[in-house]
Design a protein around this ligand. Structure first.
Ligand SMILES: Nc1ncnc2c1ncn2[C@@H]1O[C@H](COP(=O)(O)OP(=O)(O)O)[C@@H](O)[C@H]1O
Ligand SMILES: [Mg+2]
Length: 575
């Protein structure tokens, strides 16, 4: 750190005023007090700086020194991130979510580990910024690619031979600059790319209601708003476990610590079906749980997205998950109230919307500087106090995301999980993805989705009438819509996070299950046309349709088709 730059004059919780700060910049990283608490400058006025401190300021007193670092908050990037657990400033934790002693500063990357580096370039080559220098097998699933940092380019004067190197040993010299496996990047600045691309392939989450009805393209954004206990954390953790990305950055932000400890435990035990490796071997955990200092949350989502961009730049498909952005916004409110900023809405600072945008805007599908196609997708939970969906965080988030997966309290109470509402959810990628699917072998994808959504809407409408007049008084055509709607909800949309077979579902089985329900619905209609009364259809035992999602494996299409065949035959017998 640099020279002493100022003196503490006032301590107001995590917000500290420092005098004598003449030659510092906004957002400069500083160390406050004898304990050297890290913080960022968030306001500057005539030599007095306001600093948000990322640790407890308990023992801090006026008169203590403050040192400026000369730069903004940086993330340390390199091999050793994957499989690790870090706090909001990317300091390595021994477990999740452990509590760092005040002033403790474990580095992000272990300095003593040696990594096998295999160069892919030869001396004398002209290298562009972002070019791949070589590979490092970081974990059995993630190949780390050592890159020329974004603003360096030129002749490769020297490259290290294949061998084992620590993150601080030189591995290359480009245009007179010595490069190591370790790089730094300011967390609040997006890493540069060559171009931003249009949406392409879907991000397969393995959750049927999302992939079939509210799908996301790689590089897109989604919010999961929902009241307490509606299943936000379970849903996001399911996605972290099963989505088809290369690297997942999971930011546990202000939520309970034991939840993160649980997910860490599960990720170490679970196997990735595609690779046969531990799911933890593709995951980076950033922990700023409710028992940790509130302001470190503020930085944690930017730290998380910076790590994801770094892996994107290596050509990987990455996903950032933040649970929850509402707890993150509490940090903004805390600062606003202590600095006397005029609150805009419900105590949040006027910068709330732009801070949220700065997070979601870092998602995207891109052409990297190295020329690869890769993406960062960003998913955030929104947990408004009291389930109020028009409060500022929920309202602004809706403007910035491509999909909203809204969790419904009534569905959650009825144990319909995941409680994704088909009334309040939306996605903007569906049309583009229907096109993608039809080019990739599933020409029926868009029509299947539209039929499912309209069946759900029609069943809802009829259900409302049935509640007034009784289901028995409904005409037969409406009664079978209720039956099909229920089948659709129970056999397709509900999905147990606790069942080994059902926790995730491959696209082929997803489509087979929905096709089965739609075929049954068509069959009901034909039977009515041919004079079979609705009561006889209702009395037919269709439970097998609901059981097969749980009884057959995640990709077992044949089992679903066999059930479909048997049920259609049984129904045919009603004629
Ligand atoms: N897909 C699911 N399968 C089974 N149970 C679920 C599922 N989703 C949610 N639940 C149940 O709902 C409870 C609350 O979910 P949680 O994700 O902690 O809610 P939130 O984060 O919204 O407060 C879980 O403990 C679990 O019992
Ligand atoms: Mg939760």
């Amino acid at each position: 750190m640099g020279v002493t730059a100022g003196t503490v004059v006032r301590v107001n919780g995590p917000v500290v005023d420092v005098a004598g700060m003449d030659s510092v910049a906004m957002l400069e990283l500083v160390e406050v007090g004898e304990a050297r608490l890290p913080g960022e400058i968030i306001a500057l006025e005539r030599g007095t700086a306001t600093v948000q401190v990322y640790e407890y300021t308990g023992g801090l007193r006026p008169g203590e020194p403050v040192e400026a670092s000369g730069g903004p908050l940086m993330a340390e990037l390199g091999p050793g991130l994957v499989g690790g657990v870090f706090d909001g400033m990317l300091r390595r934790l021994a477990g999740a979510p452990e509590f760092l002693e005040v002033g403790a500063r474990p580095a992000t990357l272990d300095r003593s580990l040696r990594w096998r580096f295999v160069p892919v370039v030869v001396e004398g080559e002209d290298l562009e910024a972002g070019a791949v220098l070589g590979s490092v097998p970081e974990t059995p699933t993630v190949e780390h690619r050592a890159l020329v940092p974004p603003r360096i380019a030129g002749r490769l004067e020297w490259i290290a031979p294949e061998g084992e190197y620590t993150v601080e040993e030189p591995i290359a010299r480009v245009a007179g600059r010595e490069l190591t496996l370790l790089q730094r990047w300011p967390v609040r600045r997006p890493r540069p790319v060559r171009a931003r691309l249009h949406a392409g392939a879907p991000l397969v989450t393995g959750q049927r209601v999302l992939d079939l009805l509210y799908p996301l393209a790689r590089g897109s954004t989604a919010a999961v708003p929902g009241g307490f206990g509606t299943g936000k954390t379970v849903l996001l953790q399911q996605i972290a476990k099963w989505c088809d990305a290369d690297v997942i950055v999971y930011v546990g932000c202000g939520e309970r610590g034991n939840e993160l400890a649980d997910v860490l435990q599960e990720l170490s035990e679970l196997e990735d079906a595609r690779t046969g490796r531990r799911l933890l071997d593709r995951t980076v955990l950033v922990a700023n749980t409710s028992n940790m200092p509130v302001l470190a949350r503020e930085a944690s989502i930017y730290t998380g997205v910076t790590v994801a961009e770094y892996f994107r730049d290596q050509g990987h498909e990455t996903v950032v998950i933040a649970d929850s952005t509402s707890r993150w916004a509490e940090a903004l409110r805390e600062v606003a109230s202590r600095t006397g900023q005029l609150p805009a809405e419900e105590g949040y600072p006027p910068g709330l919307a732009s801070a949220l945008a700065a997070f979601y805007e870092r998602a995207g599908r891109v052409r990297t500087l190295a020329g690869a196609e890769a993406s960062v997708s960003v998913l955030g939970a929104v947990s408004p106090p009291g389930g109020d969906m028009v409060e500022p965080v929920a309202a602004h988030t809706r403007r910035f995301v491509r999909a909203v997966w809204s969790l419904d309290r009534d569905l959650a109470y009825a144990r319909h999980h995941p409680a994704v509402s088909w009334r309040d959810s939306f996605c903007r990628d569906a049309d583009a993805l229907a096109g993608w699917h039809s080019l990739h072998g599933d020409w029926n994808w868009g029509e299947r989705r539209v039929r499912a959504l309209s069946l759900l809407a029609e069943a809802d409408r009829i259900e409302a009438i049935a509640q007034l007049i009784g289901a028995g008084s409904l005409p037969d055509v409406e009664r079978i819509v209720l039956l099909s709607g229920r089948l659709l909800r129970e056999a397709v949309l509900q999905q147990s996070a606790l069942s080994a077979n059902d926790a995730h579902c491959e696209p082929s089985k997803q489509a087979a299950l929905l096709d089965m329900v739609l075929a049954l619905h068509d069959c009901f209609r034909r039977l009515l046309d041919q004079g079979v009364p609705a009561t006889r259809i209702e009395e037919t035992d269709l439970a097998e349709a609901t059981r097969v999602r749980d009884e057959a494996g995640p990709g077992d299409v044949e089992a679903v088709e066999a059930v479909r065949g048997r049920l259609l035959a049984t129904l045919g017998g009603l004629l």
